[in-house]
Design a protein around this ligand. Structure first.
Ligand code: GDP
Ligand code: MG
Length: 175
């Protein structure tokens, strides 16, 4: 009676992007299926982990949440260096947060090389009436940089599980 061997593999995901785009909220939605309207500033770097089942593989994801405040920025490169995946979040209702995407992608590629897995995430799609960044614009940007792209809402939960499923698949395909 031969049991299939299950690979338990651990991957580090680092969440990046400007302050207030919803990094902590996406993690909270994914981990606990909760959403908090009240803003709670992330202090420095936090980490949580969760396992996902992808086909025959159990994938343990370590989620590293970073803070946008200037005084913590110097910590970020070392977390990027240790990560398998960079998740770069912007707010679809805030042009400024999208304008910073190129810098974040460059930061990740500088640390991890061109072949690193990057997900560009347009969050807060529930604010459709206040949308400033069109889906097609972001899609083009993602294609230019050769990165994955998805839109989410941590508030409604839209595409949050799908994001993590796609990340887990992207990792297991490469490895
Ligand atoms: P972070 O600084 O990137 O970690 O952002 P937070 O997760 O702390 O979220 C900043 C603010 O935006 C908080 O008030 C959240 O409640 C709110 N927020 C986060 N995600 C969403 C979303 O998908 N939709 C809406 N409407 N608000 C969100
Ligand atoms: Mg935060």
């Amino acid at each position: 009676n031969i049991q299939p061997v299950q690979a338990l593999t651990k991957y580090k995901l680092v969440f990046l992007g400007e302050q207030g785009v919803g990094k902590t909220s996406l993690i909270t939605r994914f981990m606990y299926d909760l959403f908090d309207q009240h803003y709670q500033a992330t202090i420095g770097i936090d980490f949580l982990s969760k396992t996902l089942q992808i086909d025959d593989n159990t994938v343990r994801l370590q989620l590293w949440d970073t803070a946008g405040q200037e005084r913590f920025r110097s910590l970020i490169p070392s977390y990027i260096r240790d990560s398998n995946v960079g998740i770069i979040v912007y707010n679809v209702s805030e042009e400024k947060s999208f304008a910073k995407i190129d810098t974040w992608i460059k930061d990740v590629k500088d640390q991890r090389g061109e072949d690193v897995i990057i997900f560009l995430v347009g969050n807060k799609t529930d604010l459709e009436d206040k949308r400033k960044v069109e889906t097609s614009t972001a899609e083009k940007k993602a294609a230019e940089h050769g990165v994955h792209f998805i839109e989410t809402s941590a508030k409604s939960g839209y595409n949050v599980n799908t994001l993590f499923q796609r990340i887990a698949r992207a990792i297991t395909v490469v490895n």
